[in-house]
Design a protein around this ligand. Structure first.
Ligand code: AMP
Length: 162
């Protein structure tokens, strides 16, 4: 279990952990798969969230899944994507976290995933938490722990507030 003082230090900038939905590249589950390939190529990410028309989170679309569909024994043929939609190849077995997430869960889940989709009670997509943002907080906390003159007054304040 993470100590409450370290947790408070880590979460000082809690708001910065989330990349809000408006800034996250996504595709719709009903989009043609060729469109999904174009979006992934354009944004330069290998995996992005898939939403339904009501902005619910429904899965993840990866470049790997699309390339696997295009692969034949000796070549890659984009014609193999014709007639398929994003929903046909999206991954649905992934960890999703609630917008009222706990640090312990995020730390644990980001070991195995580069990012975590964040949803509300109705499964509406709120954004993502990436390993990069989490590592920034770890980095900041690690540096603060070394700076005794900063840490002791800060920890004293956090303990008094508890
Ligand atoms: P990062 O930790 O910034 O490298 O991001 C990890 C992964 O999160 C990326 O490889 C993407 O799959 C996803 N990601 C990060 N930022 C965005 C974004 N703005 N839109 C869509 N996906 C993103």
């Amino acid at each position: 279990m993470i100590g409450s003082t370290v947790e408070k230090l880590m979460l000082e900038n809690r708001d910065t952990f989330l990349i809000p939905a408006a800034n996250v590249a996504n595709v719709m589950e009903g989009n043609p798969l060729e469109h999904g390939l174009l979006v992934l190529s354009k944004v330069g990410y290998s995996k992005i969230p898939v939403l339904d028309r009501q902005d619910h989170f429904v899965g993840l679309l990866s470049l790997t899944a699309i390339v696997n569909k295009m692969m034949e024994s000796t070549k890659i043929d984009s014609e193999n994507l014709s007639g398929l939609t994003v929903a046909d190849v999206m991954e649905t077995d992934m960890t999703v976290i609630h917008e009222n997430w706990e640090l312990e869960d995020v730390l644990h889940d980001l070991v195995d995933a580069a990012f975590l989709p964040v949803v509300d009670d109705e499964n509406v997509f709120k954004g993502i938490i990436t390993r990069r943002e989490l590592l920034k907080a770890v980095n900041r906390t690690a540096h603060e722990l070394e700076r005794e003159n900063v840490l002791i007054p800060k920890v004293t304040k956090l303990v008094l507030q508890a």
